[in-house]
Design a binder for this molecule. Structure first.
Ligand code: NAD
Ligand code: ZN
Length: 345
């Protein structure tokens, strides 16, 4: 049997193990991709650390990872639109194709989405097999490191475009990789002021580089003071929650203008309460965001990059895949933006 290297969650404890696993073989409608770069997501760090969510979700053994770019090396007999040599990334959410939303073309709202690297083998490997309907043809002019971040960049773009931000004042809570990308996208898409909060100075500095007008360390300063500094009078028009912190969500509610719009991407660890009367009296709109639109978001992020959206500064580290341990350690330290693994060299 032909085997490949992969980063496997092989045991129910902290860590990942570089092991030999079988190379997947594509069926009639699949595409086999040889990976070039992958990037490490917060989800992968949860799986590495083996927290409660990971314990309840991840089957063992399984190789993980879902942010990738690679080259097509083989296609199933019913695949006509991709051929060996094509540079591709892809949507890691596999949909049922049968539910109401899937049938209506709203595939990002499928009721039974399955994730690569979460529910089935992932992209931290030499090869990845994906249904053709999930494969995205990449613009080869875009650097590989950036293409490998299209999944999280898609989260940022999908959230940032949930509401009209042209000329608006935007509050982003959480300067993780996705919050930083959202700041860059908001700037590119024509927001006026972009205020980004976090409690990690390293990340706030990254947010500043990525286009934040002002950053707020909420362990020392308030968002209200930031509004004053900018001469804002009525609160933020649009907010994006990208920290998963209940406190951050409260900060958003307190700093919105009347009629303000809030997009929630961050995943909270447990249920939390907010002041619903502020939502009612201030006429706020709250919208949950999951994943990316297939493939409208992919189209938009490609054209944003083609027209000058630059997220290179956010990529702080690149390691050979055999040095994955270092990659996970720097992610766990909080002193990183995106961390890339090289599967090609
Ligand atoms: P991350 O964990 O790297 O970043 C979160 C940031 O929030 C960290 O820098 C942290 O210091 C900061 N933070 C913590 N408490 C805060 C507070 N009170 N105020 C402001 N900032 C605070 O995460 P990421 O990879 O950038 O992803 C952002 C969020 O989006 C995470 O919650 C992640 O789970 C979630 N996510 C959701 C989807 C989806 O489809 N809905 C997809 C990917 C990620
Ligand atoms: Zn469906």
């Amino acid at each position: 049997m032909h085997t490949m290297k992969a980063l496997v969650k092989a045991e129910p404890r902290e860590g990942l193990w570089l092991q030999d696993v079988p190379i997947p073989s594509p069926n009639r409608t699949d595409v086999l991709i040889k990976l070039k770069r992958t990037s490490i997501c917060g989800t992968d760090v949860h799986i590495y650390a083996w927290d409660d969510w990971a314990r309840q979700t991840i089957p063992i053994p399984m190789h993980i990872g879902h942010e990738f770019v690679g080259e097509v090396v083989e296609v199933g007999e019913d695949v006509h639109d991709f051929s060996p040599g094509d540079l591709v990334s892809g949507e890691g959410h596999l949909i049922c194709g049968k539910c109401r939303n899937c049938l209506a073309g709203r595939r990002h709202l499928c009721r039974t989405t399955k994730g690569i690297g979460v529910d089935r083998p992932g992209a931290f490997a030499e090869y990845l097999c994906l249904p053709v309907t999930n494969v995205w043809y990449c613009d080869p002019e875009i650097p590989l490191e950036i293409l490998s971040c299209f999944d999280p960049l898609g989260n940022a773009v999908h959230t940032a475009l949930a509401f009209d931000i042209l000329g608006e004042d935007v509050l982003i809570t959480g300067a993780g990789p996705i919050g930083c990308m959202a700041a860059a996208v908001a700037k590119h898409a024509g927001a006026r002021y972009i205020v980004v909060t976090d409690i990690n100075p390293f990340r706030l500095q990254l947010a500043k580089k990525m286009g934040a007008t002002l950053t707020v360390d909420v362990s020392r300063e308030t968002v209200a003071a930031a509004q004053e500094k900018l001469g804002m009078k009525e609160g933020f028009d649009v907010a994006m929650e990208m920290s998963g912190s209940a406190d951050a969500f409260t900060t958003i509610i307190e700093n919105m203008c009347h009629g303000g719009k809030i997009a929630l991407l961050g995943i909270m660890k447990k249920p939390s309460a907010i002041d619903w009367n502020s939502v009612v009296f201030n006429g706020l709109t709250i919208r949950g965001i999951y994943g990316r639109e297939m493939f409208e978001t992919w189209y938009k992020m490609t054209s944003f990059i083609q027209t000058g959206l630059d997220i290179r500064e956010l990529i702080t580290h690149t390691f050979h895949y055999s040095d994955y341990q270092k990659g996970f350690e720097v992610m766990l330290s909080g002193k990183s933006g995106k961390v890339i693994l090289d599967w090609e060299n």
